[in-house]
Design a protein. Sequence first.
Length: 380
Amino acid sequence: MNKQGQHKVIWFLWANPKATASSRIQGLAIHSKLKELGYNSCIAYVPTSFERTIPLSISEQKNFKKLVNSGDLVILQKCKDDSNLPTIAFMKEIGLNIVLVDCDLPLALTVGKAVDRVICSSQRLCDNYLNHGIQSHYIEDAPEWYVKRTATIEKSRLKCFWFGDGSHQRWSNVEKLKNILKDPRLSRWELVTISNHTDATIRWRPDYLKTLSEHADAIALPIFTDEEASSYKSANRLLQSMALSLPTICSPILAYQNIAAQAKGMIVCKTNEEWVNAFITLQNTATRHRLATEAFESAQKYNLDYRIQEWIDVLTLDENFKTDQRNQKLEKQISNFFYIQLIRYNIRYFFRVPFSLQSIKSALHYFFITKLGGFTKNLR
């Protein structure tokens, strides 16, 4: 094994953090804060899209073993597919500790039982893992960006923003919200949506938070359908809206109610009439300003600067995980190692590593298996 005398944290992200919030919040953000605090943390690779399976073949396990020490910590950020079980077993065999970070259904029971512990971004998800005998911890997601508003402008027209995934279930909530806003008493309001849905007002982009902070007068987070999956969601969208100093109207799902019980700046609504009354209330400039101020102040307690200690405690990071000058070189070695493995499945990773015999071999493997293999199959 690598004899550097220090332990390290190695992150495996399941998705491209430019397009997937969870990988930014639960992966890059925590990793960056740990490094800022002097911990030896590294990202194994940044996916181009989705990489649910860790790219570590049996033939490369010996080389991977040279890069790690017994006692190092591996964090699987939503890499919860059962295809990872052989790799998890190998990592445990060589003395690595493994944590799964999960934020939604379905439960990864098989993987959960194979790793050392699971970190969940909602209390209900954590409780469900605990009910299956899996050691789990709940840590609420931290907002990505904070913007403090010093004033609220008087307007004749107001914009309510909704942002989220464009799945059928979520978009059905948007359609119902549109019907609520047709009420004649809400004629001052315009609904603006940011999503990957084809009918979205604004196509989702990585800088969507800037758009929200500059143009939104309020945020709406409705859950009108009785979806089991929604009850397992974190309060991330609510907390992020509050961190942008935006008054937020939301449905009473468990995660939002937990925040509302200890914070201000949001209005929780259940019935259509409650939603209408909330929008009427927010038409008042002074009320919007008061709620915006309260929202920003409430969101501060979830700032990663304050919450990072929870991660350090749950991950059981001690002085042995503190970094030194050798870390940067080792991090590059780990990244190059895994990018070369990934080339075998996606040629775009070829441009992430220095030109070498190994990268050429992986590129040729990709060509013959993926391209030529498909061509010969069509000839049969």
